[in-house]
Design a protein around this ligand. Structure first.
Ligand SMILES: Cc1ncc(COP(=O)(O)O)c(C=O)c1O
Length: 326
């Protein structure tokens, strides 16, 4: 079990300010349902997302294993949030950092990374109206691979490194158990790399095997649910890539939920206007999925969800457009 955060002390750097996000009962938003939705506010991390934790874990491990040498370039393919976390850590520890990102993600993330000294390489979309497709992701991957070679860089490789899931198993999961006294009936999580789901589900199930864990995917791109993929275009940045996930342990998946863009946008706005939680689309996806559970077999139960990143990373999208309606 990780130590409690010591708020009375001074952090040696911002890296020590990562983690221990509070859990909030969304009792206003869930007022019309029987049951509770508990939300862990990972957007309060210094880099503004749940990905700070895995960024630290990957760099710490690479340093310990000698995979990352002093002054060596770090490189990552990112939707922006892991890039924000890595840029922050690399700024503190003195590593040059290159982020390779699809233009399908918001410029706010790129601006943050550049502000923290990173080089951001943006890869164009084939057809922006279709969102980020598998072909787009392949081009981003090819760019990341060739730049890794060119710069002799350490590739953080969040989709494949066990440190990603392990960080959530060591920290996020035990924090959930401590903060709720283990009083959770279900956990649902929108998956990008699947590291968050994998680590938290493992910790929760080890604590109490009866806790049910659900993978959340966008409607039309629910590959893990075995659905026919009709369209990869969706508003939920940071995941929903419709691909198999190396880090995901299928034994811990009790079920699949899909969410529609319009519901996700509405719930993300209600999170802000009713709960004062200014978050991004994937947080709305998680809460939207939790509502589905409360409306079904989990009526009267307690659902745990992650508030993944800050709404400030979406100011350029339609999410916060004045009087936005979908
Ligand atoms: C905003 C946002 N939500 C959700 C996720 C998915 O998290 P995970 O990679 O742990 O599945 C990510 C991952 O980058 C993200 O950036």
């Amino acid at each position: 079990m990780p130590e409690e955060k010591n708020n009375s002390g001074v952090c040696a750097s911002v890296i020590d300010a990562i983690g221990y996000a509070p859990v909030v009962d969304l009792s206003r938003l869930a007022a019309n349902f029987e049951g509770r939705i508990l939300a862990k506010l990972e957007y309060l991390n210094p880099g503004g997302s749940k990905k700070d934790l895995i960024s630290r874990a990957i760099i710490d491990s690479a340093e310990q294993k000698g995979l990352l040498k002093p002054g060596q370039t770090v490189l990552e393919l990112t939707s922006g949030n892991t890039g924000n976390g890595l840029a922050m850590i690399c700024a503190v520890r003195g590593y040059p950092f290159i982020a390779v990102m699809s233009r399908g993600n918001t410029p706010e993330r790129a601006a943050m990374m550049r502000g923290m000294g990173a080089t951001v390489v943006l890869v164009d979309l084939d057809n922006p109206s279709q969102g980020i497709t598998a072909e787009d992701m392949k081009r981003v991957e090819d760019t990341a691979a060739s730049l890794t070679e060119k710069h002799n860089a350490f590739r953080a490789d969040q989709f494949n490194r066990q440190e990603n899931a392990e960080a959530h198993y060591q920290h996020t999961g035990p924090e959930w158990i401590r903060q709720t006294d283990g009083n959770i009936d279900a956990f649902c999580d929108f998956v990008g790399t699947g590291g968050g789901f994998a680590g938290v589900a493992r910790a929760l199930k080890e604590h109490n095997p009866a806790i049910q864990c659900f993978v959340v995917e966008p409607d039309g791109a629910a590959k893990l649910a075995g659905q026919c993929i009709s369209c990869c275009a969706h508003v939920i940045q940071g995941g929903g890539y419709a691909k198999e996930l190396v880090l995901l342990n299928r034994d811990h998946v009790d079920g699949h939920l899909t969410v529609k863009d319009e519901d996700v946008a509405e719930i993300t706005r209600r999170l802000a206007s009713e709960e004062g939680i200014f978050a991004g689309y994937s947080s709305g996806a998680n809460v939207s999925a939790a509502i589905q559970l409360l409306q079904g077999e989990f009526k009267g139960k307690t659902i745990a969800v992650t508030i993944c990143d800050s709404g400030l990373k979406y100011l350029s999208t339609d999410l916060w457009r004045d009087g936005a309606e979908d």
